[in-house]
Design a protein around this ligand. Structure first.
Ligand code: SF4
Ligand code: SF4
Length: 110
């Protein structure tokens, strides 16, 4: 468990730039992100998502370098108010075994 008092995000964007990382999106997440972007859910699904590698559901599209399509050049999340739960809960409710190698702020808490 990560100590919330010790964790200080450095806003480096590394967690949104992992080459093999995926962000699955549920129906509810699709609905809220599409509404935030002023898009229909059908357009959002067609243009902003792709099939997950295991072909079970949809993930947010990544750029060629592996970064999330919603990561700004300033390392800000362009859908921050409605970002998927996986992003919102990292690194507290959700982490994976590789997270320490990705996130410098997480390593600093150990
Ligand atoms: S949706 Fe936002 S927080 Fe989530 S990976 Fe993309 S840029 Fe990062
Ligand atoms: S990798 Fe860690 S320090 Fe960098 S933006 Fe993500 S949560 Fe913050």
């Amino acid at each position: 468990m990560v100590d919330r008092q010790k964790f200080a995000c450095r806003r480096c964007g590394a967690c949104c730039r992992t080459k093999d990382g995926i962000v699955r999106v549920s129906d509810a997440e699709i609905a809220r992100i599409a509404a935030f972007l002023g898009m229909s859910e059908a357009d959002f699904i067609a243009n902003e998502t792709e099939l997950a590698p295991d072909r079970r559901g949809l993930v947010l599209k990544s750029r060629a370098d592996g970064s999330c399509a919603y990561l700004s050049p300033e390392n800000l999340c362009l859908v921050n108010p409605v970002k998927p739960d996986k992003c919102r809960t990292f690194p507290f409710e959700w982490v994976n075994p590789d997270s320490d190698s990705v996130c410098p702020a997480l390593r600093a808490c150990r």
